[in-house]
Design a protein around this ligand. Structure first.
Ligand code: ADP
Ligand code: LRH
Length: 491
């Protein structure tokens, strides 16, 4: 059975065809495109119609290559959304979660409602860009769109709606809004009413694997396609990535490594405790009754943004050249806390890294390699910090770490992760989200009986690179320094 997965990350999107041959998954990337946010004045938006255009291009290519799928699923980054008006049209361009319009909103709501109350209802970590605060920011700024809106759709819901004409909210992504009450298994009416948003905008979320319509007739006519069914997969990309972790046991630690680094473990019930709130962990909804007890780590974003800036200034280097610069530069000179809000928004990462180092009394990295080294070393040391917190919260002990996502193509990063953790890293597959997306569709079709079988087939189908820890003493020492330095408050 041929299946099509669209996986849209904050950096790029891809269309991947999946097939099964001898009980092995065979994937073929038929289309890849960059996902370029657009700034207009001070506002930052997603180019949603371009993304939909690229989705259509994927279908055109699938047809040309004679790989027409029997089911289609879309996953994407979380928290962002579109609002639909009375006539069924998208009312405004979806904002990018890195837009500044949410500035100060989360803190205000925490004061009004209490951090405990919001966490108690949702179990979701406090990130200033969560959908709850985006909608509250629109309300605070008097957005006229709120008066006209009748339906709320997350990004994959919205693209699926463009494709099928059906408005359906999907569960895994709904939980990331911090407006979904996992105990009541419904949107949290109290939180919605606090920000003046009607609950009628929201449909009761469907679970991953639910049928979600088929290609609408205008699209079928335009592209000369049959009525291909569309499936609601685990539409939050991180939920899909975790479906694809090729773990043999139910108790494993994962790191979904792309623009963001999402580290945690799978649990069967949300962990809504004082400790989880204090450590700012989240309980995002997963596929098949699971939750992801995890924490967002700023991830490769800082490097991605630094690389982009260097390119703008005329320094063009491939990933492998960057990795060479990094490896060739002196170890453990200075560290940043990648999760400092200094690094959240787009902009000049070199001067922010240096600013952080200056304010914490460290040597200022100067060369390309030194800046990149500071970013990567700090990132993997943060991985150790969060892995240890995951163990404290879950009461589990992990023998190693599964890494999936585009970041595993950076072999230096994987090796340093193993070194920092003092435990092995099992890396693969790189296209975790797309493969998890395919897996949910095959389970929905009855091709795999459940997620265990899907994970076993994924394990047999994709090579897994194993990184054993090295240089433990030097990394242990670096971790101690990292902890001391990142405890210093930075303005
Ligand atoms: P997202 O889905 O969030 O857009 P990906 O999973 O595609 O992210 O991962 C993108 C990251 O992977 C980039 O930021 C980059 O650091 C890393 N990456 C991508 N390709 C390579 C490569 N060839 N070598 C090393 N790192 C890479
Ligand atoms: C990763 C991701 C992550 C969210 C962020 C907005 O792509 O979905 O899980 O926190 O984007």
């Amino acid at each position: 059975m041929t299946i099509l997965a669209y996986d849209l990350g904050a950096g790029s999107g891809r269309a991947i065809i999946g097939r099964l041959s001898d009980n092995r998954i065979v994937t073929q990337e038929i289309h890849r495109f960059s996902n370029d946010p657009v700034k207009v004045g001070d506002r930052l938006y997603w180019d949603i119609l371009r993304l939909y255009h690229e989705i259509q291009q994927g279908l055109v290519i699938a047809k040309q290559e004679r790989m027409l799928p029997e089911s289609i699923g879309i996953d994407s980054w979380a928290v962002d959304f579109g609002l639909i008006g009375r006539t069924g049209e998208l009312l405004a361009n979806p904002s990018h979660y890195r837009d500044w319009h949410t500035h100060g909103v989360m803190e205000q709501m925490q004061n009004e409602l209490g951090t405990e109350q919001i966490f108690e209802s949702t179990g979701i970590q406090f990130l200033g860009f969560n959908t709850l605060y985006q909608l509250a920011a629109m309300r605070r700024n008097g957005s006229p769109v709120l008066k006209e809106a009748e339906r709320f759709l997350m990004i994959p819901d919205l693209l699926r709606y463009f494709m099928t004409g059906e408005m359906i909210n999907e569960f895994t992504n709904a939980t990331t809004t911090q407006m979904y009450n996992s105990r009541q298994q419904d949107w949290d009416r109290k939180l919605l009413s606090h920000i003046g948003i009607p609950s009628s905008w929201f449909g009761r979320p469907v679970q991953p694997g639910a049928p979600a319509g088929h290609l609408r007739s205008s699209l079928m006519v335009d592209l000369g396609l049959p009525a291909i069914p569309v499936t609601a997969v685990a539409e939050h990309d991180t939920a899909s990535a975790v479906v694809a972790v090729p773990a043999l046991s139910d108790s494993f630690a994962y790191l979904s490594c792309g623009t963001w680094s999402l580290m945690g473990t799978e649990v069967s019930e949300p962990v809504i405790t004082e400790q989880a709130r204090e450590l700012n962990f989240t309980n995002e909804g997963g596929a098949y009754g699971t939750y992801r007890l995890l924490k967002n780590i700023m991830g490769l974003w800082i490097f991605q943004e630094y690389k982009r800036e260097c390119e703008r200034d005329g320094h063009h280097a491939s990933y492998s050249e960057w990795i060479q610069h990094t490896a060739g530069s002196a170890p453990f000179l200075s560290f940043i806390d990648p999760d400092d809000t200094l690094f959240l928004h787009a902009g000049d990462m070199r001067s922010r890294v240096r600013q952080y180092c200056r304010q914490t009394g460290q040597q200022l990295p100067d060369t390309y390699g030194a800046v990149a080294r500071c970013i990567f070393e700090s990132l993997v040391l943060k991985y150790r910090y969060v892995l240890e917190q995951t163990e404290q919260l879950s009461g589990k002990r992990f023998d190693g770490l599964h890494m999936v996502g585009g970041g595993i193509q950076n072999r230096l990063l994987c090796q340093w992760t193993a070194n920092a953790l003092g435990r092995p890293v099992w890396a693969g597959p790189a296209e975790g989200s797309a493969i998890g997306n395919l897996a949910v569709q095959w389970i929905a079709q009855g091709t795999f009986s459940d997620i265990r079988e899907a994970r076993a087939v994924i394990r047999d189908s994709f090579p897994m690179d194993i990184y054993e820890p090295q240089e433990s003493e030097a990394w242990e020492d670096a971790y101690g320094r990292f902890l001391r330095l990142t405890a210093i408050p930075v303005q």
